[in-house]
Design a protein around this ligand. Structure first.
Ligand code: CU
Length: 125
């Protein structure tokens, strides 16, 4: 009878270790946009613009999509580049003045897709 107790403790410890490992890996996290360049509602000068999107978890850049909608309401799919770190996406475009929206759709490593918009303004010279 006394022999059962250590086994139960070992099972509980193993379960606890597994839970900690899952949470540490961020396996539960959908990707949420933490900050971006340009910032939502921000403005940037016309010309070449480097987009940077930072998320709260790792992103599969190859299965993520960035679409830029400009003043003419035409959407352009931007080539997505992986960032310097796994929770970042990058893209670049040359923009004329006007109101734009960057629509992002990303695949997080937990297999869930999230979407959002970053509206911003490009100002003239
Ligand atoms: Cu998720």
């Amino acid at each position: 009878m006394a022999g059962l107790r250590p086994i139960r403790y070992a099972a509980a410890a193993a379960l606890a270790a597994l839970l900690v490992a899952c949470f540490a890996a961020g396996a539960w996290a959908h990707a949420v946009l933490v900050r971006s360049t340009p910032a939502a509602g921000g403005s940037v000068p016309a010309g070449e613009l480097a987009f940077e999107l930072h998320y709260n978890s790792r992103i599969d850049a190859g299965r993520s999509r960035l679409t830029l909608t400009g003043p003419g309401h035409a959407g352009t799919v931007l080539p997505v580049r992986a960032g310097a770190v796994p929770d970042e996406l990058r893209a670049a475009a040359t923009l004329a003045p006007g109101a734009y929206t960057l629509r992002w759709q990303v695949l997080a490593t937990d297999g869930h897709i999230t979407r959002g918009d970053v509206p911003f303004t490009v100002t003239g010279p």
